[in-house]
Ligand binder design. Structure first.
Ligand code: FMN
Length: 443
């Protein structure tokens, strides 16, 4: 039996990197936000590292902090970016976010299948329901109830998939000799409508090399997300801060997949991982301080709540005193507090505790390449992950450090493939063939 190997995706966002100050780093084009060439180069670097997919999150809204100092975290437009990336890469998969709440089924079906044709079967659709009032406002609407959002999402995915299958697999003849272009009877309307979504079809797009795009979902393990992902998703983009939490989430999604009548191995679970890589721990911490130090006074206040002890933001160069350490505990129910406490107990100064990225929105590894590889191996072998979606602190330099430093270690350890085994995203994920709806889950 071949050894289980991890699958790696790379977050492709605003062109700069995970951290707010990435845009100002030496060597970074401060206007990379509008550079499609920069996105293509980043995708090519990930492909050199044999990453299985790119992950493009999206609102669409301005995600980020204060625009006076920080860029939005998102792309100008995920589909346009991927059209450029499709033409500049050959193997890497590309998973774009498309809201099931603020789109029509026919538009989504058309855009994603056209991209799947353009990139020869490397497309995935991260079908999310959009929970932010900011997104709703962009469409002149309010966020519907969770029941309505997820009710619509189920209909949306089924109708989009039905549209994808509406041009029969063998319908395209295109024979100049006989003059027959296509088999009319195999390109049929779907005539589907539910409570929220409807479409007649057909969608005039033939199958791609993988038939049709693969479904992803991103979020947490809420009952609605479990039932949606369990039915349709081949990949799940997650946020989990500890091995135990990731393991529990992964198990919950596998069980939901089984409950939907599918094999639990059909869903691959990917927690996030942010990296700051340098030759040693000190250099990596200093890099993080350069990149995020501006936020430390504010973060110190948050750290104080997480650890339940008073922290003086003017004395960040000191570690917690023995007296403070004896009182410190993981407070306030934040799952990141456990790690913050661990790092503080190791005796680091408060500035260095913050530089470990203990208050970030994904787990962070700050250190040399072996430390990143060790983290990934530990989570993977603990069955807390089928792989990861990785966000380098700064794409420029940070991505090469991962590709040239971490990937070879994972390969040497037999944890990551040496090359692409196939050509499509379905191949990269080991996802089963599917064309049109999945009869097992549509009833
Ligand atoms: C790692 C991760 C990535 C996410 N990416 C997106 C995204 O790109 N676009 C989006 O609208 N929501 C995104 N979400 C939000 C979720 O889809 C979901 O809306 C959120 O977890 C709230 O759950 P609910 O929709 O059940 O209320 C993401 C969530 C997580 C944890």
């Amino acid at each position: 039996m071949s050894k289980r190997q991890m699958i790696i995706g790379m977050h492709l966002g605003n062109g700069y990197g995970a951290l707010a100050e990435a845009w100002r780093m030496p060597g970074v084009d401060p206007r990379a936000y509008t550079s499609f060439d920069a996105k293509v180069r980043q995708a090519q670097a990930a492909e050199r590292g044999k990453f299985q997919f790119l992950f493009l999150p999206d609102g669409p809204h301005a995600a980020g902090g204060d625009i006076r100092y920080e860029p939005s975290g998102f792309n100008l437009d995920v589909m346009m970016t991927l059209a450029a990336v499709a033409r500049g890469t050959e193997r890497i998969g590309m998973v774009a976010t498309g809201s099931t709440t603020f789109n029509e089924a026919f538009n989504l079906a058309r855009h994603f299948k056209a991209l799947d044709i353009m990139n020869h079967g490397r497309t995935g659709w991260n079908a999310v329901t959009s929970a932010s009032p900011e997104v709703a406002a962009n469409y002149g609407q309010r966020i519907p109830s969770s029941a309505d959002r997820y009710g619509r999402a189920h209909e949306m995915i089924q109708i989009v998939q039905a549209l994808w299958g509406s041009w029969g697999k063998d319908a395209w003849v295109a024979d100049p000799e006989t003059g027959e272009y296509a088999k009319d009877e195999e390109i049929a309307p779907i005539n589907l409508g539910g409570e929220f979504v409807a479409s007649r079809g057909p969608l005039y797009i033939p199958p791609s090399e993988q038939g049709q795009p693969v479904i992803f979902h991103a979020g947490g393990p809420s009952p609605n997300a479990l039932s949606l992902a369990g039915r349709y998703a081949s990949g799940f983009i997650a946020a989990a801060f500890t091995i135990e939490e990731a393991r529990a989430q992964r198990r919950a999604f596998r069980e939901a997949t089984e409950r939907a009548g599918r094999d639990p191995d059909e869903i691959k679970f990917f927690p996030g991982l942010m990296t700051t890589i340098a030759k040693d721990k000190r250099a990596a911490l200093d890099r993080r301080i350069t990149l995020t130090g501006r936020m430390f006074p504010q973060r110190a206040m948050y750290l104080q709540q997480m650890l339940g002890v008073r922290i003086d933001p003017a004395r960040l160069d000191d570690p917690l005193s023995p007296e403070q350490l004896s009182r410190a505990h993981a407070a306030g129910g934040d799952p990141r507090a456990v790690r913050a406490l661990e790092v503080a107990r190791d005796g680091w100064s408060l500035r260095d505790v913050l530089a470990h990225g203990v208050i970030d929105y994904q787990p962070v590894v700050v250190g040399p390449v072996t430390e990143v590889a060790d983290h990934m191996q530990e989570w993977f072998e603990a069955e807390a992950a089928d792989g990861f979606w990785v966000i380098p602190d700064v794409y420029e330099g940070g991505l090469d450090a991962f590709v040239d430093g971490v990937v070879p270690i994972l390969q040497e350890r037999g944890l990551f493939h040496l090359d692409y085994e196939g050509t499509t995203l379905r191949d990269h994920l080991g996802a089963r063939p599917q064309y049109g709806v999945d009869a097992r889950v549509t009833g």
